[in-house]
Design a protein around this ligand. Sequence first.
Ligand SMILES: NC(=O)c1ccc[n+]([C@@H]2O[C@H](COP(=O)([O-])OP(=O)(O)OC[C@H]3O[C@@H](n4cnc5c(N)ncnc54)[C@H](OP(=O)(O)O)[C@@H]3O)[C@@H](O)[C@H]2O)c1
Length: 238
Amino acid sequence: MPTMLVLGATSGIAQAAARLFANSGWTLQLAGRDSQRLREVADACGGAPVFPFDALDPASRSALWGLLPSCPDAVLCAVGLLGDQDCACRSPKEALRVMECNFTGLVPVLLQAAEAFEARGAGLIIGLSSVAGDRGRASNYAYGSAKAGFTAFLSGLRARLWGSGVHVLTVKPGYVATGMIAGRRLPSCIVASPERVARDIFRAVHSGQDVLYTPGWWRPLLALYRALPECVAKRLKL
Ligand SMILES: NC(=O)c1ccc[n+]([C@@H]2O[C@H](COP(=O)([O-])OP(=O)(O)OC[C@H]3O[C@@H](n4cnc5c(N)ncnc54)[C@H](OP(=O)(O)O)[C@@H]3O)[C@@H](O)[C@H]2O)c1
């Protein structure tokens, strides 16, 4: 049975994905900050070991790989922090916290996974990025630029590992009904359920897709938005 390490396993999307993969015969290793909630997620998946992981704590992120009882076959990274954009665009400390949580703090463990998978000649790395990383927007450019960095990192890692038996899948969700956007007033037609996103991830894994927009209609929408000249995009103040 293949094993998947889930980073940020208390995330709404990760929980839905963990249940789906567990029901399909995968064994799970769950990592995150909140051990009590991790155990609840583990129970909902039929049982799984849990491990401490805090992307903002250098000691925790370097220790995780060594704590695992066995090298997993796949890693799903669902850690993310939207943060407070108003605060992040004025406070360098908050901006750096958002960058670290969404990007730089995830790099060490993903590089460890890449090394181990490459040496073994097989493996799968799934990184949850975001459509927000496709273009900087006035309303969330701290989070968006961190996701842009994460997307580029995953893309480079995929190119480096191509031909080694290790696959990298970049997932770019739009709005998803999880704790991350709780309290935001958004039209329900543009908010996907975490179960829908999990199903899309599951299918993308089995079809060997490189980049998944989920739901899929975000792909043409973002292509249009990226094509806007900067002199137009800046005036939209989205
Ligand atoms: N929901 C959306 O609309 C949306 C859209 C695009 C992309 N995404 C991305 O999808 C992924 C999953 O997000 P979600 O929607 O499922 O949101 P979520 O439920 O808020 O999950 C965020 C996860 O990140 C974890 N986390 C935050 N800071 C951490 C840290 N310092 N160290 C370790 N873990 C930390 C949280 O752990 P705790 O439970 O301990 O806080 C939680 O497990 C994220 O990468 C997010 O950026 C979400």
